[in-house]
Design a protein. Structure first.
Length: 403
């Protein structure tokens, strides 16, 4: 029966070519769109990790929910031994401490509310590969009282490289403390809202400003983002007695999760539309082809071949065309993805972002497999109704079409 179905597919050259083309272009389109969305997810993930969150963060319980309002209540004392223990893992690139605080930044004329971080500068340079420096340079460990400011902060206070600013904060004991800093750089991250209020100073300066020797967060940077889940689970096991909350980067930044959910639903609707288009187009062509061959099927029935065998033969033809079209579509889609990625697609900044980026088509096994199955299953399903109709057609009516 397989040989018979294959010979029928080859014999109907024009009809088969039309069906194969419809399937191939639909499958290739799904691969291109799915690959584009996967690349967008990957670039958004890396931008989030390498401009703000790192791969894994550790903090006191409750910090990720209320820490932004009262970071002084969630200090981790003596982080050095904990950092050394985490850094011993081969997947870990760097472990660094951060001190979060809020306060007022003054340029001598105007105050601006800011959200600041005390950082370990040289380690943050290795992590922050998605941060763009608009003026000056990144903080270094040697900058005892240097300050990096977001682009939005610089515009609001009209600050430039080398300007002196005062940073006023409230310590954990409720006292007011002020330190002078020199602007060493103006940065631009992935998030416009973040840049509008963010400043960074050395961790030692932040601890002096807040009169403490602790930190709010321990940030873990990995060599590979794919190791995030495994490393987070290992850290939870290793520090079970430390009473710290371990969060992965996508659990910290809810924007990424919401964006992924939105685009996955949109892509699911698009996949459904392509499936319906394949069903309709293939079903229409198969209907015309099969009913033109009604006399052929009537002769088969008259010679004693049962209707169920006719049904199976027609569905098998649809399966073979779906298989051929899906394979051709996958090859076409992968080739186009490679060609488009070699050129790149200039993209404007996403909503809420400052940075333009170059999009590519990221071909993944999941995208190719889902597109292949849509083409194969869609064509096979499209052949079921025509197969039912022709297998139930009375023999006399079928033979009459030969006259």
């Amino acid at each position: 029966m397989l040989n018979f179905a294959l010979r029928n597919v080859i014999r109907q050259k024009l009809r088969s070519a039309m069906i194969l083309a419809a399937i191939a272009f639909g499958v290739a389109g799904l691969i291109l769109i799915g690959g584009f969305i996967q690349d967008m997810f990957a670039q958004l993930a890396e931008a989030t990790i390498h401009s703000q969150t790192g791969h894994v963060q550790l903090a006191r319980p409750g910090y990720f929910g209320a820490g932004s309002r009262s970071p002084e209540r969630f200090l981790i004392p003596g982080t050095d031994s904990l950092k050394r223990r985490i850094a011993s893992s081969g997947e870990v690139q760097d472990v660094m401490a951060r001190m979060r605080f809020s306060g007022l930044l003054n340029n001598g004329k105007t105050d601006l509310p800011i959200v600041g971080e005390g950082i370990e500068p040289d380690k943050e340079i290795r992590l922050g590969t998605y941060i763009v420096i608009k003026q000056g340079r990144l903080l270094r460990d040697k900058d005892a009282y240097g300050i990096e400011i977001g682009e939005g902060v610089a515009k609001s206070l009209r600050l430039h490289l080398g300007d002196r600013v005062n940073l006023l904060v409230t310590t954990a004991d409720g006292a007011i403390n002020v330190l002078d800093f020199v602007v060493v750089g103006v940065f631009q991250s992935f998030s416009r809202d973040y840049d509008a209020h963010a400043v960074k100073i050395p961790l030692a300066a932040a601890q002096e400003l807040l009169a403490t020797n602790g930190a709010n967060v321990i940030v873990v940077a990995l060599h590979r983002t794919a190791d995030t889940d495994a490393v987070a689970a290992k850290i939870r096991t290793d520090i079970a007695n430390a009473q710290l909350d371990v969060r992965k980067w996508y659990e910290i930044d809810d924007f990424y999760g919401k964006a992924v959910t939105l685009y996955e639903r949109q892509f699911g609707v698009l996949r459904l539309i392509v499936l319906i288009m394949i069903l309709l187009s293939v079903s229409n062509v198969l209907n015309m082809s099969i009913f033109e061959r009604a006399g052929e099927f009537g002769t088969m029935r008259a010679l004693g071949i049962r209707s169920k065998h006719v049904f199976r033969s027609v569905v098998l033809e649809g399966f073979l065309m779906g298989l051929g079209g899906a394979v051709a579509g996958c090859l076409l889609g992968v080739f186009l993805a490679w060609a488009i990625s070699a050129i790149g697609i200039p993209m404007p900044p996403p909503p809420g972002s400052n940075l333009e980026y170059i999009a590519r088509i990221r071909v993944t096994p999941a995208v190719v497999t889902s597109a292949f199955l849509v083409g194969l299953v869609g064509t096979t399903l499209a052949s079921v109704l025509p197969a039912l109709r022709v297998s139930r057609l009375p023999i006399a009516d079928a033979l009459r079409s030969l006259m």
